[in-house]
Design a protein around this ligand. Structure first.
Ligand SMILES: Nc1ncnc2c1ncn2[C@@H]1O[C@H](COP(=O)(O)OP(=O)(O)O)[C@@H](O)[C@H]1O
Ligand SMILES: [Mg+2]
Length: 257
């Protein structure tokens, strides 16, 4: 905890009106994510600033506390049981502090794009934005990261294009992406075999159970039988028959990825 964050994190760059948009990295339901400079280390950081006035329910507050605690847990590379955050494929927690109005989560800044932004930008260009050979390696990195997080007993529960950051590795080709999972705001600790009581998760499961998968939709055109099989098995209605992350990785590897 830091008593006076303004002494440590220089947000003065945020006051430069002309560039202000540039320094807001994202905006969510509870607040904004800013880029700032840690004055002590000169390191660029991302500060997720949550407005206390928008955290209305006990559950909202518990979720923020959980987000900070789980990030802290996976960020402590010192333990020999837990891999450093970088190896787990998540951004590291640097600090957290509160003032009267906000809860601030200071994280390592990852200069990249969300997978959502990347796909939307590509869809404006000449390339096929959903080219499988480029997307599967990113998908595999997400799966590996999730598998390691699950091994620590943590479920992310909000995996989506907006919560995946990517950037091309220096000097590497198109297929070599660095991938980071962000936003542990809905994550939870679980015991093996535990069934979630969270209503949001139930809502997602109801969608999976009630909406048939339709490979005739345009987005599936040109997709390989392998990737259709992976997706169909991931969304299998019977939990017993649903493929595991390790099963997915194996299937993709056997298919040449
Ligand atoms: N560590 C980070 N480095 C760079 N950008 C980030 C970082 N964390 C979040 N962002 C940006 O801020 C956005 C919102 O962050 P997120 O944690 O997903 O908040 P929310 O709970 O509001 O969805 C992300 O989609 C991403 O664009
Ligand atoms: Mg998010």
């Amino acid at each position: 905890m830091t008593a006076d964050p303004s002494q440590i994190f220089d947000q003065s760059i945020l006051n430069n009106d002309a560039d202000q948009q540039f320094y807001i990295l994202g905006e969510g339901s509870f607040g904004k994510v800013f880029k700032a400079i840690d004055i002590l280390t000169n390191q660029e950081v991302a500060i997720k600033q949550l407005k206390k006035s928008q955290l209305l329910t006990e559950e909202d507050i518990a979720n923020v506390k959980m987000e900070i605690e789980l990030l802290r847990l996976v960020s402590c590379g010192g333990s020999n049981k837990i891999k450093p955050a970088g190896e787990l494929g998540i951004v590291k927690l640097i600090d957290s502090f509160e003032d009267d109005e906000h809860i601030n989560i200071v994280m390592e800044y990852f200069q990249g794009q969300t997978l959502y932004q990347w796909l939307s930008d590509r869809s404006k260009g000449p390339e096929n934005p959903h080219q499988e050979s480029q997307l599967v390696p990113i998908f595999q990195k997400v799966l590996k990261s999730l598998s390691q997080i699950h091994n620590l007993g943590i479920a992310h529960r909000d995996i989506k294009l907006d919560n995946i950051l990517i950037r091309k590795k220096d000097g590497s080709g198109e297929e070599n992406w660095e991938v980071k999972l962000i936003d542990f705001g809905l994550s939870a600790v679980f015991m093996p075999g535990e069934v979630s009581k969270n209503t949001q998760v139930e809502h997602t499961m109801l969608n999976i159970l009630n909406k048939p998968l339709n490979f005739n939709q345009p987005c599936w055109q040109g997709k390989s039988p392998l990737i259709k099989e992976v997706v169909a098995r991931m969304l299998h209605k019977e939990q017993r028959k649903r493929i595991t992350i390790e099963g997915c990785l194996k299937l993709l590897e056997e298919g040449g990825y």
